[in-house]
Design a protein around this ligand. Sequence first.
Ligand code: HEC
Length: 123
Amino acid sequence: MKIIKVIVTELCVASLLLVWSMEAPAVEKAADNYRTYCTQCHGLQGNGKGINVRDMSVQPRDHSDAQEMSARSDDDIFKVIKEGGVAINKSVLMPPWGDVLSDEEIHGLVAHLREMCQCSYGK
Ligand code: HEC
């Protein structure tokens, strides 16, 4: 009996570790992608104050602005990242990332943006 208990416990721990190890890199990957591809315009804090903004005719969105970010559905945010600003009638200065990032990575970025604004669609 004791050996079975040990095995069950070990399996539980192992599956918890597996779930944990599958989730952690996805979140880190999104933060990493954001730092690599987005901060030059949207800023290191995501507040829209990147190094490029001085000379940009349309200013990048402040991703920490819950009011603005809650006005967009996750689908629209996915679309604007994948296909660029023009896809949702916004500026061409927001580049399309579909050739660089996979759909999975873009979904990760949508989740990352939701964390930054501490908001969801309509809230
Ligand atoms: C070259 C500068 C630049 C880079 C790099 C950039 N963006 Fe943007 N982004 C913009 C600009 C400018 C806008 C605002 C467009 C407008 O308001 O017409 C914008 C808007 C957005 C919006 C729309 C917000 C809204 O609802 O109004 C999202 C989402 C977004 N960017 C995400 C990203 C992500 C994620 C990355 C990195 C993968 C990224 N951007 C990289 C310039 C940039």
